[in-house]
Ligand binder design. Structure first.
Ligand code: CA
Length: 226
C-alpha cells in the first residue's frame, strides 16, 4: 500500500512519514502543494493525506484538480482549522475523511486503514480469506488453519498485496514498488528472500501451498491450479 502525504510543516511531515512507514506503508512525502500535485498525478497511490493549508497550491485546489482529472483515490484531509465551512468544502470536493490538528497518530492510522478498506470493498472489508488463510486487516494479523502466524509489518504488507490480488501474477517490479518503495533492480534478490521467508511461515507447515512462483514472471497467491 502506497501513500502520499502532502504537508508543508516539516515536523508534522517527518512524523507522519516515519509513523506510517513503521506501520508498513510505502510513504512518499511532498512538502509543497506543487510537489504534491506532481506526485499525485504521476504516482500510483492507494491513499492521499493532504494538508489543507499549503503555501502554494492549497489542499482543496489540489483535490479539485485530481477529481477533475478522474482520480478516485481516497483522500484524508488534515487541517489546523476546525471551521465548519472548511469541513463542508472538503467533503463537497470529494475528500473521504477529515482530521483536525492536533490529532493522535493512532487516530490517523485508524482513519487511514478504514479508508483503505473502504477502497478495496470486498464482502467483509475487515478480512481476506483464501482457503484456510485469513488476514485480519484492522489488527494486521494472519492466521492459517486457525493458527496465528507472526509476521513483520513488511511481511504482512506483502501477504496482503498478494491476497488482495489473488490469482494474479505480480511481477517483482510491482512488488518492489508497492512494498519496498524501490525500483526493481535485477541484481537484488530482496523480493525472493522476502517471499521465501513468507512461505516458510505461511506454507511450509500447511497444505495446500498458496504462494506460487511463476517462472520468469513473478509470484501469485492462489489455490493450486483450481
Ligand atoms: Ca500547512
Amino acid at each position: 500500500m502506497r501513500l502520499l502525504i502532502v504537508e508543508d510543516e516539516e515536523k508534522t511531515g517527518d512524523y507522519l512519514r516515519q509513523g506510517l512507514s513503521e506501520a508498513g506503508f510505502v510513504v512518499d512525502l511532498a512538502r509543497s502543494g506543487l510537489d504534491g500535485r506532481h506526485l499525485a498525478a504521476t504516482g500510483d497511490y492507494d491513499l492521499l493525506v493532504l494538508d489543507v493549508m499549503l503555501p502554494d497550491v492549497d489542499g482543496f485546489s489540489l483535490l479539485r484538480g485530481l477529481r477533475a482529472s478522474g482520480s478516485r483515490v481516497p483522500v484524508l484531509f488534515l487541517t489546523a482549522r476546525s471551521a465548519v465551512e472548511d469541513r463542508v468544502q472538503g467533503l463537497e470536493l470529494g475528500a473521504d475523511d477529515y482530521l483536525v490538528k492536533p490529532f493522535a497518530f493512532s487516530e490517523l492510522l485508524a482513519r487511514v486503514r478504514s479508508l483503505l478498506r473502504r477502497g478495496a470493498a470486498p464482502v467483509n472489508p475487515d478480512f481476506l480469506r483464501i482457503a484456510d488463510l485469513e488476514l485480519d486487516l484492522p489488527r494486521r494479523r494472519a492466521m492459517r488453519a486457525g493458527q496465528r502466524i507472526a509476521l513483520t509489518p513488511k511481511e504482512f504488507a506483502l501477504l496482503e498485496l498478494l491476497a488482495r490480488r489473488q490469482g494474479e501474477v505480480l511481477p517483482r517490479s510491482l512488488i518492489a514498488s508497492q512494498i519496498w518503495d524501490m525500483n526493481f533492480d535485477s541484481d537484488t534478490n530482496v523480493i525472493d528472500v522476502a517471499i521465501r521467508r513468507l512461505r516458510a511461515k505461511i506454507d511450509d507447515d500447511f497444505e495446500p501451498k498458496l504462494i506460487h512462483t511463476v517462472r520468469g514472471m513473478g509470484y501469485r497467491l492462489d489455490l493450486p491450479d483450481a
